[in-house]
Design a protein around this ligand. Structure first.
Ligand code: HEM
Length: 411
């Protein structure tokens, strides 16, 4: 589906929601600019609808329906084929990642084993490191007076942090950070696959080392965990580690970029947050409701069932559009408005997911985003978009911003 940003609203309002859903692919770059107009129109007309794109899938946009699917692992499993971005590490295409792609008791056992690394206290223990990395990164930027905040900041900090959470040494973190940026920034699939193979070999080396010499870190725990009487195979562990690194860094980097865009587009809000850092927590939470970095993830139907009145059959693939749930007018007042004073206790948004697979890293993400944004606003006064800059939004599994050309007061 190709929607031009300018006349998107008119096209969306004049089209039958079922037709709109039928021609929507979340992976089409043209959808990004107007994604929430289209998803809103579909949600209001048919919160569970079929799309004919990507070999056919079921698009779930309503809050109640998404929550039901996420909480019903007896009917919908988390393993899904082909609704994410193309696999860049081709060797692990057939492997099933423990926890991320498993359900039921197997999933519970894995989650229980890893929980200790993601508690609020564990997240707080990373704060000093996050701050140090932010300051070091900003130190290099400050003198330039202008730059792209996505490439030069938002994508620099989170890979180092997830590397530290996994237990990597400083040089390994630097390697990881550089390579994941090359991997996810590659323009062509073949370039990404080549980078993916190098990345997989690097992870395999770390996994074998942890197997030979276990320590108490997260990666050792993953490598040596006994679940259902066995430890995971190499290819399962490589895929699990790739997903853990992606869960930790792509999300936070894009959430940071989206947050910065909001602040750049709303100077009074930027001033208020800069003057009152205490408002940052509310800002981050509202951002995760309004435009969650994890925009849409999949499920596969395992048994004949219904969702929102739609009959479903084993093998049907669902796409849960988390960000659409968070604007559902049946649940949220003014869901399409960003409101700093929104009471998040009154109604739980689904930006962190729901059910068994809800975000394990949300405490860490909150710390990272709060520190990244606070440090940046403190270091770069007078932050504004460069005159004439056009900003391209991204959508798909992850919602973000391609680049943010900005300038600031150069002291
Ligand atoms: C703003 C940043 C983030 C957002 C919006 C976010 C959102 C989500 C969502 C919606 C899910 C559920 C996906 C599904 O059910 O299909 C999820 C799962 C997960 N997230 Fe996050 N996340 C963020 C940051 C992080 C970070 C920093 C980590 C650290 C490693 C992390 C680790 C995970 C893991 C491990 C899962 C899978 C849990 C499971 O399958 O049981 N996330 N996240």
């Amino acid at each position: 589906m190709v929607l031009e940003a300018g006349d998107a609203a008119a096209q969306v309002s004049g089209t039958d929601p079922a037709d709109l859903a039928w021609s929507l692919s979340h992976l089409d770059p043209a959808v990004a600019e107007t994604a929430y107009d289209a998803l809103g129109a579909i949600r209001r007309g048919c919160p569970v609808a079929r799309s004919g794109e990507l070999d056919g899938f079921v698009l779930v946009t309503g809050y109640a329906e998404i929550r039901e699917a996420a909480r019903s692992s007896d009917r919908f499993c988390t393993y899904v084929d082909g609704l994410g971005a193309a696999a860049v590490v081709t060797e692990m295409r057939d492997a099933v990642a423990p926890m991320f792609e498993t359900d039921g008791d197997h999933h519970h056992q894995w989650r229980r084993l890893l929980q200790a690394f993601f508690t609020p206290a564990a997240a707080a223990a990373q704060e000093q490191y996050v701050r140090a990395v932010c300051r070091e990164t900003l130190q290099e930027l400050i003198l330039h007076g202008a730059g792209d905040l996505v490439g030069a900041y938002a994508r620099q900090v989170p890979p180092l942090v997830i590397g530290r959470v996994l237990g990597l040494a400083e040089l390994e973190r630097a390697w990881l950070s550089e390579h994941v940026r090359a991997l996810y920034g590659a323009e062509a699939l073949t370039g990404a696959q080549q980078a993916g193979r190098i990345y997989a070999d690097f992870l395999l080396g770390l996994i074998r080392e942890r197997r030979a010499r276990p320590s108490g870190d997260l990666l050792s725990t993953m490598v040596n965990a006994q679940v259902d009487g066995r430890s995971a195979e190499d290819d399962e562990l490589v895929k699990m580690t790739v997903l853990m690194v992606a869960a930790g860094h792509l999300t936070t980097a894009d959430a940071c970029a989206t947050a910065l865009l909001h602040l750049l587009q709303d100077p009074p809000l930027q001033e208020r947050i800069t003057a009152q850092p205490a408002a940052m927590e509310a800002f981050v939470e509202e951002l995760v409701r309004f435009e969650p970095a994890v925009a849409a993830t999949g499920r596969t139907v395992t048994t004949e069932t219904h969702l929102g009145g739609m009959p479903l059959f084993p093998g049907d693939r669902l796409l849960l559009a988390w960000g659409s749930a968070n604007r559902d007018e049946r649940v949220f007042d003014d869901g399409d408005l960003f409101r700093l004073d929104r009471d998040h206790g009154a109604q739980q948004h689904l930006g962190w997911g729901a059910g068994e697979h809800r975000c394990l890293g949300k405490h860490l993400a909150r710390v990272e985003l709060r520190v990244m944004l606070t440090e940046l606003l403190r270091a770069l006064p007078g932050l504004r978009l460069q005159p004439g800059a056009t900003v391209r939004r991204t959508f798909g599994v992850i919602r973000g911003v391609a680049a943010l050309p900005v300038q600031w007061e150069h002291r």
